[in-house]
Design a protein around this ligand. Structure first.
Ligand code: ADP
Ligand code: MG
Length: 210
């Protein structure tokens, strides 16, 4: 790619501050003349809507089918001509994704085992490796407090046990992917919004240094 656009991913359990920090990072990068676009997984494409039907409990599929649906949606997120990651990068726009394959490895990894989820994601040539993953690490107790304060309907993943297991799996996944050469920055998400934003911006700006 003949431009300086980057692909940045935010990860962390529900309530860890992904949406908040993505907004603040986009603003801070805009002030520095860096154009960004953010999108979330599951996507707003039909492949992502199908996943939301499953997460809400309206449609039942097997755990393996759900993992395949996530990988398919992710490949579509990369390749879609309508603001997909590759399309953005080729226009010089930095792409920010709210969740990516780290979430699949953590959530679906708990359900069907890591090797299968790694195969579906890391061996798929349509699923690009990010330039940076920012992992917002939060205790499940605080996550649940924030989710409750937000008054959102709980999806099937939002119980203490599940959040706790997922957080631990997330931490394991991060170690594993770091060993595979991924650029992952882990930030304590219990800190203040401003403090986290500063750490996020400093990690992101390193991508444009050399
Ligand atoms: P996520 O997108 O990861 O689910 P959000 O950014 O939506 O998380 O944050 C969840 C809730 O917690 C929101 O109400 C938000 O205002 C609040 N919040 C986010 N970051 C912090 C923080 N560092 N400290 C306290 N509350 C926070
Ligand atoms: Mg969010």
């Amino acid at each position: 790619m003949n431009n300086n656009a980057k692909f940045i991913v935010f990860e962390g359990i529900d309530g860890s501050g992904k949406s908040t920090q993505i907004r603040l990072l986009a603003e801070a990068l805009a002030e520095r003349g860096i154009k960004t676009h953010h999108s979330a997984e599951p996507t707003s494409y039909p492949t992502g809507k199908a996943i939301r039907e499953v997460l809400s409990g309206r449609v039942k599929v097997t755990d393996d089918e759900l993992a395949v649906m996530f990988a398919t949606d992710r490949a579509n997120h990369n390749k879609n001509q309508d603001n997909g990651i590759e399309a953005l990068l080729s226009q010089g726009i930095t792409a920010i994704s709210d969740r990516y394959y780290y979430s699949s490895l953590a959530y679906q990894g708990v359900q069907i085992g890591l090797p299968r989820v790694m195969q579906l994601n890391l061996e798929n040539p349509d699923i690009r490796r990010p330039d940076l993953c920012i992992f917002l690490d939060l205790e499940p107790e605080e996550s649940l407090r924030r989710i409750e304060a937000r008054h959102l309907s709980a999806e099937i993943f939002e119980t203490y046990e599940y959040l706790d297991k997922t957080r631990k799996t997330f931490v394991g996944v991060i170690d594993l992917l770091r060993e595979r050469g991924e650029n992952i920055v882990c930030i304590n998400a219990a800190a203040s919004i401003e403090g986290i934003a500063e750490a996020v911006l400093s990690a992101a700006l390193k991508l444009w240094e050399n």
